[in-house]
Ligand binder design. Structure first.
Ligand code: UD1
Ligand code: CA
Length: 423
């Protein structure tokens, strides 16, 4: 199979010991998505056409997290002998691919596509065998440092463990964002050894190797501190989550969404929210969720994956919604659960009303027609249908399959049509 370039290689074989987890490090979630997903998105956004993910520890978990993505290939590194070795195991897969390889690490979820696209472009124009993206950090702890000569030309990368005290003071770091010309990368990797503090094959030795081979290597400071936060611990995971959350909210606010208290609101990056919608505090919008314009959400609302709200919907306090569609103007103001429901327009869902969508083994759907009124504390046992303009009385239990006709009123337990009292 011919490989389509540019290729991105994402290193993700390590265990991440400091996470103290059974789960592969790169599958820990940032704002509801495994961190490697963000790196894959950044690589794609930068123009990569083929993405090789290097897996090792808990590889089965990675296969299943990234399955059905046709542009992703897996290379297996059965023993974690270092980042240089991890890249080398991609060679059989890439065969005689001649184009550029963007190399990234799977534990930097905050990478954005723009600087990576910039690196890919510049590598072409500079005709460099290797282009390194670097960043200047107030606190460079944990990163390899960039050494330059007195004229500012790149010399080499020194791992923190191998740094002298003077080198440790350098604040320009290696965030592991490289573009290599692929064929010479293989040559350089064949020449690197393991004489370092960890006894590993370091990818960081490849640029220096290329220079001794007479090839051009350029290090460009194109990355910002918050692009390159590497997640090695649970503390880092929380920091990355906070930065990602503020990016997500910043984008939504730019698009016209009001977020009353950003620090007490959690929104998944896959959610889309229309302008003039107001999100009140302590609301959680998890996963792919669509909210229309001019809606009011929260406080304390929980919108789960598959929620689709049209315009002018009100979802108030302690309302949880999953896999449900609410049409325009519908209101569920307090204490409601809607799961697997299709709700028409201008419906009023009373306080405490619930769709009982799960019978212990199967989930079923509830349909509620336009303008229906569902009374306080009503239970709708799915599958069931409430016709348009129907009324379900307070406390009624509409049992499974007992559809309520359009315009009808039902009351009681189990719910039955309301018979007007004779006078
Ligand atoms: C690496 C870099 C360092 C850089 C830092 C942050 C090296 C030698 N050092 O250090 O210069 O500042 O990242 O970007 O490259 N991995 C494998 N196989 C291995 C080893 C690692 O796939 O055999 C993967 C890990 O899963 C991880 C990534 O490579 O996603 C980086 O490994 P990690 O151990 O976190 O490297 P750092 O010590 O952070
Ligand atoms: Ca790391």
């Amino acid at each position: 199979m011919a490989i389509k370039g540019p290729v991105a290689i994402i290193l993700a074989a390590g265990q991440g010991k400091r996470m103290k987890s059974e789960k592969a490090k790169v599958l820990h979630e940032v704002c509801g998505r495994p961190m490697i997903q963000y790196v894959v998105d950044a690589a794609r956004g930068a123009g990569a056409k083929t993405i090789v993910v290097v897996v090792g520890y808990a590889s089965e978990q990675l296969y299943s997290a990234l399955q059905n993505e046709p542009d992703i290939l897996f290379a297996t590194q059965s023993e974690q002998l270092g980042t240089g070795h991890a890249v080398k195991v991609c060679r059989p897969l890439l065969g005689d691919y001649q184009g550029p390889a963007l190399i990234l690490v799977g534990d930097e979820p905050l990478l954005r596509p723009e600087p990576l696209a910039d690196l890919l472009n510049r590598q072409k124009h500079e005709g460099a065998a290797c282009l390194l993206g670097t960043a200047e950090l107030a606190d460079p702890t944990g990163f390899g440092r960039i050494l330059r000569d007195s004229a500012g030309r790149f010399l080499r990368i020194v791992e923190e463990r191998d740094c002298s005290p003077e080198e440790k003071a350098i604040r320009e770091v290696n965030p592991s964002c490289y573009v290599f010309e692929t064929p010479v990368l293989w040559e350089a990797l064949d020449q690197i050894g393991t004489s370092n503090a960890q006894g590993e094959y370091y990818l960081t030795d490849a640029p220096e190797r290329l220079m001794t081979m007479g090839r051009k290597v350029v290090a460009l400071k194109v990355l910002r501190a918050d692009d390159v936060l590497g997640v090695n611990t649970r503390q880092h995971l929380a920091q990355a989550g906070a930065i990602m959350q503020s990016r997500i909210q910043d984008h939504l606010m730019t698009e016209g969404v009001t977020i009353v208290d950003p620090r007490n609101t959690y929104i998944d990056g896959r959610a889309t929210i229309g302008p003039d919608t107001i999100i009140h505090p302590f609301s959680v919008i998890g996963g792919p969720v669509t909210v229309g314009a001019n809606c009011r959400i929260g406080p304390f609302a929980h919108l789960r994956p598959g929620t689709e709200l049209a315009d002018d919907v009100v979802v108030g306090a302690f309302v949880e919604i999953a896999r449900s569609k609410l049409d325009g103007g519908t209101i569920a103001r307090h204490l409601t659960y809607l799961g697997d429901a299709v709700v028409g327009r201008d419906v009023n869902i009373g306080c405490g009303a619930v769709t009982a969508n799960f019978d212990g083994s199967r989930k079923s759907e509830t349909r509620i027609g336009d303008h229906a009124r569902i009374g306080a504390n009503a239970v709708l046992v799915a599958p069931v249908e409430i016709g348009r303009d129907a009324v379900v009385g307070a406390g009624a239990v509409v049992t499974r399959g007992k559809h309520v006709a359009a315009g009808a009123t039902v009351v009681g337990v189990p719910a039955r049509p309301l018979v007007p009292e004779a006078d």
